[in-house]
Design a protein around this ligand. Structure first.
Ligand code: PMV
Length: 285
């Protein structure tokens, strides 16, 4: 007897990188994020028949938990017979993120929901402002190098920064303000309204994240190696202090140099495309 396959719905949501503004965004400063070409997929026919697959590495700063929260919320919405509504998906995903991370900014779930490039700002718990934007310049090819999975989950890194803010308020606030300046320059760079160089933006952002204390010694060493070869790199996401710090966003005018470095040190390197589509219902065959 031929068994008929139940009709499966498929939903997918992208991972993300933060170009500038991680951590500061938790305290109401702006962040610039982009959806990337890594996705988490959910196939389901009922609440009891759900399969998840993903090519977003877990716990590395690429927004895997947010992509999961977004897909889960979208799946629930469809299982409840509700209409497809991105705002509702995003709202539900944020609640899931709160359970995981304690005090997230909401940038991860928002970029995974709406996709593209996003300017994001959490003004208050109940007022999160964001705007999709289209870069006015062709972006050069960017790479991701995996510095390894951090020993600390995102929630721990958020708490670490919170503790530092309590102990050294003026200093940490001044770092946040500098991060905001870099994030705004990044925005102007994307909109072609300021003649800043991508190299400088990446370097500045990394320096500030190091000053914040969210980059481990081994990751700093790796970034120094990239810089010595003429490249530019920054962590993206919550980072990590004790061992590794998750993914590093890398730019070099000569791609070959980065490939050679990755080869030499046996690093996991991949190119990444930005501005990808947000959560979507996949066409079913
Ligand atoms: O490392 P991730 O993907 O969890 O990114 C977290 C980004 C933070 O700014 C550190 C936290 C947040 O909620 O915005």
């Amino acid at each position: 007897m031929i068994k008929r396959e139940k009709h499966k719905n498929k939903i997918s949501a992208p991972g993300k990188i933060i170009l500038s503004g991680e951590h500061a965004v938790v305290y109401g400063y702006p962040a610039l994020a982009s959806a990337i070409n890594r996705r988490l997929r959910v196939d389901f026919s009922s609440a009891k028949d759900i399969t998840i697959s993903s090519n977003i590495p877990m716990g590395g700063g690429m927004g895997s938990s947010a992509a999961y929260a977004v897909c889960f919320s979208a799946t629930q919405l469809l299982l409840q017979g509700k209409k497809w509504d991105l705002d509702e998906v995003n709202k539900r995903a944020y609640e899931i993120e709160k359970k995981h991370h304690g005090n997230p900014s909401g940038v991860d779930n928002t970029i995974s929901t709406y996709g593209g490039f996003l300017w994001y700002r959490k003004e208050a718990e109940n007022l999160k402002l964001f705007s999709r934007l289209t870069p006015k310049i062709p972006l050069p090819r960017l790479y991701i190098i995996d510095s390894g999975k951090p020993s600390e989950p995102t929630s721990e890194m958020i708490t670490f920064v919170k503790d530092r803010l309590t102990k050294r308020k003026d200093y940490i606030k001044s770092i946040f303000k500098d991060i905001e300046r870099t994030t705004r320059s990044f925005l102007n760079y994307l909109l072609d309204e300021e003649s800043t160089r991508l190299e400088e933006l990446i370097d500045e952002n990394e320096q500030l994240l190091e000053a914040l204390g969210v980059v481990s010694e081994s990751t700093k060493d790796l970034i120094l190696k990239i810089k010595r070869l003429g490249g530019h790199a920054k962590i993206s996401g919550a980072g990590g202090r004790k061992t590794a710090s998750g993914i590093i966003l890398v730019y070099h005018t000569n791609d070959k140099k980065i490939m050679q470095l990755a080869d030499k040190h046996k690093l996991n390197l991949s190119s990444v495309s930005l501005g990808e589509e947000g959560v979507r219902i996949e066409r079913t065959g």
